[in-house]
Design a protein around this ligand. Structure first.
Ligand SMILES: *[C@@H]1O[C@H](CO)[C@@H](O)[C@H](O)[C@H]1NC(C)=O
Ligand SMILES: *[C@@H]1O[C@H](CO)[C@@H](O)[C@H](O)[C@H]1NC(C)=O
Ligand SMILES: *[C@@H]1O[C@H](CO)[C@@H](O)[C@H](O)[C@H]1NC(C)=O
Ligand SMILES: *[C@@H]1O[C@H](CO)[C@@H](O)[C@H](O)[C@H]1NC(C)=O
Ligand SMILES: *[C@@H]1O[C@H](CO)[C@@H](O)[C@H](O)[C@H]1NC(C)=O
Ligand SMILES: *[C@@H]1O[C@H](CO)[C@@H](O)[C@H](O)[C@H]1NC(C)=O
Ligand SMILES: *[C@@H]1O[C@H](CO)[C@@H](O)[C@H](O)[C@H]1NC(C)=O
Ligand SMILES: *[C@@H]1O[C@H](CO)[C@@H](O)[C@H](O)[C@H]1NC(C)=O
Ligand SMILES: *[C@@H]1O[C@H](CO)[C@@H](O)[C@H](O)[C@H]1NC(C)=O
Ligand SMILES: CC(=O)N[C@H]1CO[C@H](CO)[C@@H](O)[C@@H]1O
Length: 425
């Protein structure tokens, strides 16, 4: 039995073509940023000069093994720039440095004239201000990201989650290593799944400030299959998989079916069918996009208000590269299902046992990370029962990866039939 057939490959190919039409190159993607436009400076002011020197000092000192560094640039009060970065507790020195370097350029691109800015990444946080920000807990803005999937037994899940996150808050705020960082894991017996949690404060906060910040974050946590709450001074996160590097997720079960390696069988079919299917898909996806726009109020747009000014909420379809590497046994040839001009497809098993098809786009693709992500979110929302479901994506270290539902036996007819059906929805 072929475990992965032509039509699946074709669909990946088409999705990919669609992405390439719209996108350009970018590398690492911020989770969010905040910079109130009420605090602007002019580009030839001495604040600007101090800020530049601050950012280059932060970047050049991004090797500290605590993953945290604060710096003050300038002497004359109105123009002093205060800044810091914080890397996620367990990321390597290299990843930290890379993230900080990226952040220091991105933050000036995103917030070119604001005196006070914060930018959040998966691996790090960077912020600066014209007012001292050290040893002062700042929860004035919050970025909340959550997985759109609901949990089954919400009440029980919440109970387990609160216990776990409470322990993490206590641990992180009393962290003897000075990092103010803790991770933890709890069994959610109702689903026989583990919940993995993380909490971290900027280490300039004292224990009680850190604890207060983390607990405020916990009170803002959405109850979903994963969520993050990010403040300038602390952040918390939980997922149903081991997303931090300190914990290795359970080894994927040994996969016996590695025989189905034949992907595209006939070049002629490709030449004829691909353009047809691509155009069909483009038309249909474009159509769906219009439909979606028209029916927008039926989709839960995830913007939320807080008592403070700015808040952004984004649905998190993003998977960690580590998770995907574990799922595919580091893209082993044993897990390979097929290959095409745009990249290879692997079978993977997520920590919770879910089987997925992992499309690893080739590096030369010239994709725009931001557009890539937007499109993924869009396509994921346009799920249709006859289309291979897009589950998520990964954008990390030059990797662009799409995760699809794993469907062992699906014929081209089935997909074509599904597509024609789609026009009636
Ligand atoms: C600041 O942003 C708000 C909304 O985000 C906008 O209405 C306002 O015009 C902006 N002000 C300036 C000076 O750009
Ligand atoms: C920081 O900038 C804001 C807006 O420009 C200003 O109102 C505030 O007084 C400044 N703070 C200091 C300490 O200079
Ligand atoms: C730069 O500074 C000069 C004087 O210091 C000022 O006249 C000029 O308007 C400034 N330019 C900008 C773009 O702020
Ligand atoms: C660090 O900041 C100081 C001023 O505070 C500046 O003189 C120096 O050039 C900066 N270092 C780098 C690498 O930019
Ligand atoms: C870093 O922050 C501490 C307070 O937490 C402060 O005492 C120190 O001066 C800061 N360092 C720099 C270089 O600004
Ligand atoms: C999650 O549950 C809420 C109601 O509690 C519902 O409105 C929403 O559609 C559900 N979302 C998903 C993705 O199932
Ligand atoms: C979760 O539990 C906490 C404490 O038990 C409670 O304060 C909170 O409202 C609960 N959240 C939800 C969504 O049920
Ligand atoms: C979760 O349960 C499994 C077996 O049921 C056990 O091996 C594991 O240690 C438990 N983990 C925690 C954090 O309790
Ligand atoms: C932490 O800092 C706050 C404000 O700076 C202070 O009121 C509090 O006493 C400090 N707590 C400890 C345990 O040092
Ligand atoms: C504490 C520390 O390592 N500071 C260094 C930050 O970077 C500047 C410029 O490279 C050095 O001069 C500091 O010694």
């Amino acid at each position: 039995m072929s475990s992965f057939n032509f039509s699946d490959n074709l669909l990946f190919l088409c999705m990919f073509c669609y992405f390439t039409l719209i996108q350009k190159v970018l590398s690492h993607l911020p989770l969010g940023h905040n910079c109130p436009n009420t605090t602007t400076y002019t580009t030839n002011s001495s604040y600007a000069a101090n800020l530049n020197s601050l950012l280059s000092n932060l970047t050049s000192n991004g090797t500290g093994d605590t993953g945290f560094y604060n710096f003050t640039s300038g002497r004359n009060p109105p123009d002093i720039a205060y800044g810091l970065f914080l890397c996620r507790g367990e990321v390597t020195v290299d990843d930290c440095r890379e993230c900080v370097a990226g952040a220091s350029t991105e933050i000036l691109g995103t917030c070119p004239i604001e005196r006070r800015s914060t930018i959040w990444y998966d691996n790090c946080l960077m912020r600066y201000s014209n007012e001292s920000i050290f040893s002062i807990p700042d929860m004035s803005v919050v970025l909340i990201l959550s997985n759109p999937q609901n949990v089954t037994n919400q009440e029980m899940f919440n109970k387990t989650l609160w216990t776990l996150m409470g322990d993490i808050a206590t641990q992180a705020s009393n962290d003897q290593s000075g990092k103010k960082f803790a991770t933890g894991e709890a069994n959610f017996t109702a689903q026989q799944q583990n919940i993995f949690g993380l909490g971290q404060c900027t280490p300039d906060l004292n224990n009680s400030q850190c604890n207060t910040c983390l607990r405020y974050g916990i009170s803002r946590l959405p109850i979903k299959q994963g969520a993050r709450v990010l403040f300038p001074s602390c952040n918390i996160r939980y997922e149903m998989y081991g997303f931090f590097q300190a914990v290795t997720p359970p080894a994927p079960p040994s996969s016996p079916n590695s025989e189905g390696k034949s992907g595209i069988s006939s070049q002629i079919i490709v030449v004829i069918v691909v353009p047809i299917v691509v155009s069909l898909l483009l038309i249909i996806i474009g159509f769906c996009f219009l439909v979606r726009k028209a029916k927008k109020k039926n989709y839960n747009t995830v913007m939320e208000e807080t008592e403070t000014n700015d808040i952004t909420t984004v649905e998190s379809l993003q998977y960690d590269l580590t998770t995907i590497q574990v799922a595919t046994k580091s893209f082993s040839s044993e897990n390979k299902l097929g290959e095409g001009g745009f990249g290879n497809v692997y079978k993977g098993t997520l920590p919770r046992g879910e089987e997925v098809a992992v499309k690893r786009l080739s590096r030369s693709s010239g994709q725009g990370a931001k557009e890539f992500k937007n499109e993924v979110v869009l396509v994921a929302k346009l799920q249709h029962r006859n289309l291979v479901r897009l589950l998520g994506f990964c954008l990390e270290r030059e990797e662009k990866i799409l995760l699809y539902e794993y469907v062992p036996n699906r014929s081209l007819d089935y997909i074509l039939f599904g597509l024609t059906n789609l026009t009636h929805f």
